[in-house]
Design a protein around this ligand. Structure first.
Ligand code: GLN
Length: 205
């Protein structure tokens, strides 16, 4: 039996519509999530790119931060892109004063890391488990992953561009994150990979 999972897109701020489109192209049903009741209805969640400090403040004022943390702890699959990667990091560097995250991935992420040299750029990133062709990745004031714990699998490192070799895609169990924006390029391999992960999780449970 194939199930069609419902994947939420956190819609407080950021490039929500592009993720909705990419997930639907990957065969998922989608729901935009702004309230705790909506969060309860999804099988997995995408945290989009945008501005992590704004996302954090809005998540606090919409009473979503604790429900997000609880669902992540309870095993909900989640994928964070760029600002969303920051939201899923257990530790951040160069955050705003008091900036909080949902956490879940045992990694330290440096905010605006690439942005110090160059605001946006493109680079090739070979991605484990997502085909033989390197991904053409778009980075916009992106974070990089400075260090990861043992449970974290590195899915990709930048192969070209400024700071080649930096970790830009990771997975820890049902959680994954990329520094780049796969919703912008029309190559939806990352969304397919995540939709499969959500589908398998819903079939297991
Ligand atoms: N620099 C942003 C932040 O700190 C992330 C940029 C992005 O998501 N494109 O959240």
């Amino acid at each position: 039996m194939t199930t069609v999972p419902t994947i939420g897109v956190l819609a407080l701020q950021g490039d929500v519509r592009e993720h909705v489109r990419a997930l639907e192209a990957a065969g998922a049903r989608t729901l935009t999530v702004r309230r705790p009741e909506e969060l309860e209805r999804v099988d997995g969640l995408v945290l989009p790119g945008g501005e992590s400090t704004t996302m954090w403040r809005l998540a606090r004022s919409f009473d979503l931060l604790d429900p997000l943390r609880k669902r992540i702890e309870a095993g909900m699959p989640a994928y964070g892109s760029c600002a969303g990667m920051i939201m899923l990091a257990d530790r951040i560097r160069d955050g705003a004063a008091g900036q909080e995250t949902c956490g879940g991935i045992d990694m330290t992420v440096r905010r605006n890391a690439f942005g110090r040299q160059v605001d946006s750029f493109e680079a090739r990133v070979p991605l484990t488990g997502m085909g033989d062709t390197p991904y053409h990745a778009v980075f916009i004031r992106a974070p990089w992953v400075e260090s990861v714990g043992e449970a974290v699998e590195v899915l990709g490192r930048a192969e070209s561009g400024p700071n080649a070799g930096r970790i830009v895609a990771v997975r820890q169990g049902r959680l994954m994150a990329t520094s780049f924006h796969p919703e912008l390029t029309g190559d939806f391999r990352v969304h397919h990979y995540f939709a499969d992960l959500v589908r398998r999780t819903t079939e297991e449970e």
